[in-house]
Design a protein around this ligand. Structure first.
Ligand code: CA
Length: 448
């Protein structure tokens, strides 16, 4: 700036004729204001002719006024630049804020990218699991002559280890004669195969439950229809229907029914177009007709314990267990008179009347679950042990029971329901959120 001032002054001085005698001073006055003093000797006169006048002086005043204006403008511009620090600071703050927001958005984007990748990975895993399940046959009985190991899923590690369990089952099968069943397809249980997983429940309400397939389905639902009840909770009333196994695997019910009265525990069963179940906190058995969606029959099971009086070993109010086999509808329970021993009653499917009862010597609370096959009661030893056994059999035809030891696998270690389906020769079970099934192998009945 001062260079500009000097140039201007030089111009002024060049405009005068006393260039070599000109003097310029800059000092503060008494009010600390900057004062410029410019002295030029007259080129033609020895003294001033008049006090304070003359054209030269007026010209110099005019030039000085211009010079002051120029200097003030330049100084003012500089001061303005300093005063402009306010807006500059505001801009800087805004810039910093924008950069921080940009950084935060970048972090959010990276986090969302990671979530998307996680979801894509989970989706791919589910897709592969679905493909694997679809590839496994659900309802194809194995050819009788096929070697056992060829019928096992190759992906099941339990059958690739060549462990003791495999050898044991293999040895057992080789000792059993070829199945020889009577005209009803009945036979003695000789083995239970590895569980096949179909579906995992989607919420805590499905930690235990019951799933069923009517062995003698009637309209309006076909034989492929599957039914499911999640039984965690105090007001269990929802019955989910799936038109086939694919729909169950996908988890899309095609029918949801609200039962008029709540369900107790996991003992329900499906037979000839009706759901049979124990009403909550009672020994009342109900027959719910699927076609009319209403209760078609109700009857108390005489003297039966309920709501924790005689449950299976896992508890869960499993006092009354209903099941179906080749001979019809059964109830498995206990009474005070039987002192906790398992009672078996055959029921009339229409009226729920007890047709006949048997008292076994098997303590109900010492076994994990039970099921009927061909008029015989079978019990499972443990609901948590991954490798347990079918440990007792009671034959209603002879009134005799015997201890047996058929390997049985609880893959998910919390098996809350096991029932037999005579149409498919399978056990259906609910093992710790998982709906699983087991193929069973029947030998010949004694006397056949
Ligand atoms: Ca059962």
């Amino acid at each position: 700036m001062w260079l500009q001032v000097a140039l201007c002054l030089s111009c002024l001085l060049l405009g005068s004729q006393g260039q070599e005698r000109a003097a310029f001073h800059r000092t503060n006055d008494r009010n600390s204001r900057c004062q410029y003093t410019f002295t030029v000797a007259s080129p033609t006169e020895a003294s001033c002719p008049t006090v304070g006048g003359g054209p030269e002086v007026e010209a110099l005043k005019s030039r000085l006024t211009l010079l002051e204006a120029l200097v003030n403008r330049l100084v003012g511009g500089e001061a303005g630049a300093v005063a402009g620090a306010g807006p500059d600071t505001g801009l800087q703050e805004a810039y910093v804020q924008v950069m921080e927001e940009k950084t935060q958005l970048q972090r959010d984007k990276e986090r969302l990218d990671r979530q998307v990748q996680d979801l894509q990975r989970r989706l791919e895993e589910l897709r592969q699991e679905t493909e694997r399940l679809r590839a496994r046959p659900c309802q194809q009985p194995p050819p009788p002559s096929a070697p056992l190991q060829d019928q096992r899923p190759a992906s099941d590690p339990a059958w690739q280890l060549g462990g003791a369990g495999y050898q044991e089952v293999k040895a057992e099968v080789t000792e059993v004669p070829a199945p020889s069943q009577n005209s009803t397809g009945c036979g003695e249980l000789v083995s239970v195969r590895e569980p096949e997983s179909h579906r995992m429940a989607d919420s805590i309400a499905g930690k235990y439950g019951v799933w069923m397939q009517d062995p003698e389905a009637v309209t309006p639902y076909g034989p492929k229809m599957l039914w499911r009840i999640d039984t965690v909770g105090s007001e269990v009333r929802q019955l989910f229907g799936y038109e086939d196994m694919d729909q169950l695997v996908r988890g899309f019910p095609t029918k949801v029914l609200l039962l008029p009265e709540p369900v107790e525990s996991t003992g329900a069963t499906m037979y000839r177009g009706s759901l049979y179940y124990q009403r909550r906190r009672s020994r009342t058995l109900l027959r719910y007709d699927l076609a009319t969606e209403s209760i078609a029959a109700r009857r108390d099971l005489p003297h039966a314990g309920f709501h924790g009086q005689f449950p299976y070993s896992w508890g869960g109010y499993t006092d009354i267990d209903l099941g179906v086999d080749e001979q019809g509808l059964w109830a498995i329970y206990s009474t005070n008179k039987a002192k906790g021993a398992i009672m078996v009653s055959q029921l009339d499917p229409n009226s729920l009347e007890v047709k006949r009862s048997w008292e076994t010597k098997i303590r109900k609370n010492t076994v994990a679950n039970a099921f009927m096959i061909c008029g015989r009661l079978y019990t499972v030893a443990s609901y948590t042990s991954p490798n347990t056994t079918v440990n007792y059999m009671y034959d209603t035809a002879t009134g005799q029971s015997k201890a047996i030891a058929l390997p049985f696998r609880n893959r998910y270690r919390y098996n809350s329901m096991i029932d037999y389906n005579p149409a498919h020769k399978k056990l259906y079970a609910w093992d710790n959120f998982h709906m699983v099934s087991y193929d069973v192998r029947l030998g010949k009945l004694e006397g056949n």
